[in-house]
Design a protein around this ligand. Structure first.
Ligand SMILES: [Zn+2]
Length: 145
């Protein structure tokens, strides 16, 4: 049995405000919201990061994300919302069961990444594109299963 706090919720061993389920995804309220109405949408089977989610489950996941996003917009009327995911500790992932965050956003709510944007120098942009493109072309992962 996987000791994962999201798996415990999915198994019914921990309480959560469940908002929506489809065949392979579930959406719950985040207990420590960025803004009230902040939702987590995750696969019902334990998958650590995005790349481990099978394509069939991803379709359910993104559909659930759209259903809940629409409901947040219609029910809470925020002027904007973010959909994002953190993959890996360095990216801020704290529960290693993949999830999309959906959070309402408000004007001047002062929530932002602190960004120091870089510029590519010389051929670097082409080099990075080539490395990633070659990996995509050598891998069957991008093909729909
Ligand atoms: Zn889990």
């Amino acid at each position: 049995m996987i000791q994962c706090k999201f798996c415990k919720i999915i198994r019914g061993e921990s309480d959560a405000e469940v908002l929506f389920k489809n065949q392979s995804a579930i959406a719950i309220l985040d207990i420590n919201p960025i803004h009230y109405g902040h939702v987590l949408v995750m696969p019902q089977r334990h998958r650590a990061t995005l790349v481990e989610v099978p394509d069939e489950e991803l379709l359910d996941l993104i559909k659930a994300t759209k259903v809940v996003s629409r409901a947040i917009v219609k029910s809470l009327n925020p002027p904007g919302y973010n959909v994002f995911s953190n993959n890996g500790k360095a990216a801020g992932q704290s529960v290693f069961h993949f999830h999309f965050h959906i959070t309402p956003r408000y004007d001047d709510d002062n929530i932002r990444f602190v960004l120091k944007l870089k510029k590519y120098g010389g051929d670097d942009m082409a080099v990075y594109a080539k490395r990633i493109r070659e990996q995509i072309q050598s891998s069957p992962v991008h093909e729909l299963s």
